[in-house]
Design a protein around this ligand. Structure first.
Ligand code: WTA
Length: 656
């Protein structure tokens, strides 16, 4: 992009344009009333309660919010079931025949499922889970492809009060094992395989390897993905075939009446240590938040819209904006199993055209890839059904924003750049598409009722300028904790700026109060919109017999946003070389999953450390990105730097 800036793009960026909501969009938007911000701000609890009231409760709450920092509990005394919000409610209201999912498998196989069918299948699965001895409070791990059964199994767990935990199918056996062990799951639900770029991933074989070290797992329920998918797994007595237990169940299953604060799910995400955190969310507050944000941010109109969120259900985006938020709103959605460039680089646009997608939500990393693949791919399809676009997962560079606006949105669709995290459960900083003027690169304003600020090192609020992003008051869909580790919850999010939630991001506020998210300020990287911990990758490298010490940093990457680079000190007797570098990269892939594989390995005799022994990551980043070195006075042995910088240069000239 940098070498060949298209003149129009360049001009647009220089203009520093802002984009008011298009009048015809604003006129019909779910949220048209600018007073909404002031109203929510005046009484945030009443605001959130007004959304909770739109859900179907078995018993109303007595107290809206009990805030005993750093713990918040919402809708105390209230009881409800999450699956009822997503299924029964719509069927009972006479919308059972409305399409819930238009599913597209990677090889091109398709399915259309109505809300009625989703309810029946969910109940069958729920009954099967019960037959397998699963009940309220039990943990169930899901390691599945992007098929409708994944959404149904999530809802089936919610229906019987089991706590589900989805592990993205790209994670390794070791990662799956660690997560199952951490939550002591009794059941694993998996499949024989899934499609990825024309290849079948043998999920069952990976699951077998993981479960071999998981004594808590009593049964493994195995779905057949069909269409030429075949596992090499030998099978075991623990296995239960989906087709033997699910189809014969009754299609009704009474929902468990859950307390608002009962856990709904656990989802693991990377933190600053080597061990992923099991973030857990509750039932009432979470459902309230994802319901409200889906309706206002994506402007969902169940009668008309076809919503497509391209995330995998293995990430929080898929939990909140495929399963719970949009389904609670009763909207029709596209679900796609495969990669954006398989079989061709226009796959997404073909799907948008085929199903008449109206609201489209994806990640900046995907947008940058589309830009690189060429304008002709979206141009070759009719994208006129689109009326609103969204992004999530990482800061969006203005070039990508403008390209998205022009080439996908046809210059007419508002773009919502949504900032949030696994921990926040739902969108926190975002434009409201019918109200907010947008500027490329800014997530703009806190969602109504959300308190956000930028503070300096000392915690003092910065009105205009840069600093740390904090959230200043509780919200219903906030995480309730880290599974099995209450202290870590407090230490991670609430210690840095007491009384305020610290998400780990840097941010800037402009003169108009808009937020510009600058990215992580901790040892977490954002690779293609996926969170990775430097420590986790370092541990994986050090696990290899050749490695004595390793430091991993995230360096700027044109497509992925950031990419991991590993600096490695070898043990005696091992020689640096391309072959070993490749082996180490593969080793990380095997231990964590393909998404964590370092982009490059640089062998080094030493690592730059402060006098107190801390690795100077900032310096490593400067070296890897070829920048001039900053302040190095705290460095123990400055000679190390010359050597590292020289190596990085040599490396680059070799590649060039
Ligand atoms: C980053 C994904 C800039 C941020 C929903 C955050 C963003 C982390 C944005 C959470 C955005 C997410 N602009 N940065 N619009 N959205 N991030 O938990 O660093 O996978 O802390 O949740 O992604 O990643 P997570």
């Amino acid at each position: 992009m940098a070498d060949d800036p298209s003149p129009t793009l360049d001009t647009l960026l220089q203009e520093g344009r802002s984009f008011p909501p298009p009048p015809d969009f604003a006129a019909r938007a779910n949220c048209r009333d600018p007073e909404v911000y002031a109203r929510a701000e005046a009484d945030p609890e009443a605001w959130w309660a007004s959304w909770a009231e739109k859900l179907q409760w078995d018993r109303p709450w007595d107290t809206i919010c009990k805030w005993t920092p750093p713990r918040a509990r919402w809708f105390l005394g209230g009881r409800l079931n999450a699956s009822v919000q997503c299924l029964d409610r719509h069927v009972e209201a006479g919308h059972g025949t409305r399409t819930a999912f238009l599913w597209e498998g990677e090889p091109g196989d398709t399915r259309r499922l109505s809300y009625e069918e989703m309810l029946r299948e969910t109940c069958r699965i729920a009954n099967a889970l019960k037959e397998l001895g699963i009940g309220r409070g039990d943990r169930v791990t899901l390691y599945m492809p992007m098929v409708p059964e994944l959404a149904m199994t999530v809802l089936a767990c919610a229906r019987i009060g089991a706590i589900f935990s989805v592990v993205f199918a790209g994670f390794s056996a070791a990662s799956l094992r660690d997560r199952i062990q951490d939550q002591e799951a009794r059941l694993l639900v998996t499949a024989d395989g899934c499609w990825r770029r024309g290849r079948v991933l043998d999920l069952k074989a990976v699951a077998d390897e993981a479960v071999a070290e998981c004594p808590s797992v009593e049964k493994v329920l195995v779905l057949r993905r069909g269409q030429g998918v075949e596992t090499a797994s030998a099978g075991s007595a623990r296995d239960v075939a989906w087709e033997e237990i699910v189809p014969r169940q009754a299609p009704e299953c009474p929902p468990e009446s859950m307390e608002a604060e009962d856990p709904l799910f656990i989802l693991y995400t990377s933190g600053t240590t080597g061990k992923p955190k099991g973030i857990w969310h509750c039932t009432g507050g979470y459902m309230t938040g994802v319901y409200a944000t889906s309706q206002l941010v994506f402007d969902l109109k169940p009668e008309e819209d076809v919503f497509w969120c391209t995330a995998d259900i293995g990430w929080i985006t898929g939990h909140s904006y495929i399963v719970f938020g949009p389904m609670a709103n009763g909207v029709t959605q596209v679900m796609y199993e495969g990669a954006p460039n398989h079989p061709g680089p226009d796959r997404f646009w073909e799907i948008v055209e085929k199903y008449g997608v109206t609201v489209f939500y994806t990640a900046p990393t995907a947008i940058r890839a589309f830009m690189k693949w060429g304008d002709e791919h979206p141009a070759g399809h009719d994208l006129s059904s689109l009326r609103l676009l969204g992004t999530v997962g990482e800061p969006i560079n203005p070039e990508a924003w403008i390209w998205y606006h022009q080439h996908i949105g046809g210059g007419r669709c508002p773009i919502v750049d949504t900032w949030w995290q696994t921990e926040t459960g739902g969108i926190m900083i975002t434009p409201l598409p019918g109200l907010t003027e947008t500027v490329p690169g800014s997530a703009t304003l806190p969602f109504p009722g959300v308190g956000a600020a930028v503070v300096d090192e000392a915690g003092k609020e910065v009105e205009t300028g840069g600093g740390y992003l904090v959230l200043t008051r509780p919200w219903p869909h906030m995480l309730r904790g880290i599974w099995g580790d209450p202290e870590r919850y407090e230490a991670t999010y609430w210690k840095r700026f007491p009384g305020r939630y610290f998400p780990g991001d840097g941010a800037r506020r402009d003169e108009r109060g808009r937020f510009w998210i600058l990215g992580r300020v901790d040892d977490v990287m954002n690779v293609s919109g996926h969170r990775l911990s430097t420590m986790e990758i370092e541990s994986a490298l050090v696990d290899h017999p050749a490695v004595a010490e390793a430091a991993v940093i995230g360096v700027h990457h044109e497509l992925k946003g950031q990419a991991p680079v590993g600096f490695v000190i070898l043990r005696q007797g091992f020689e640096p070389g391309e072959e070993l570098a490749q082996e180490l990269i593969q080793h990380v892939g095997r231990l964590i999953g393909g998404l964590a594989r370092p982009e490059r390995i640089l062998f080094t005799p030493e690592l730059p450390k402060t006098r107190s022994g801390k690795i100077m990551r900032r310096l490593l980043r400067d070296i890897a990105e070829g920048r001039v070195l900053g302040d190095v006075t705290t460095l123990a042995d400055p000679g190390v730097l010359d050597q590292l910088a020289r190596m990085a240069r040599e490396r680059e000239s070799e590649e060039a």
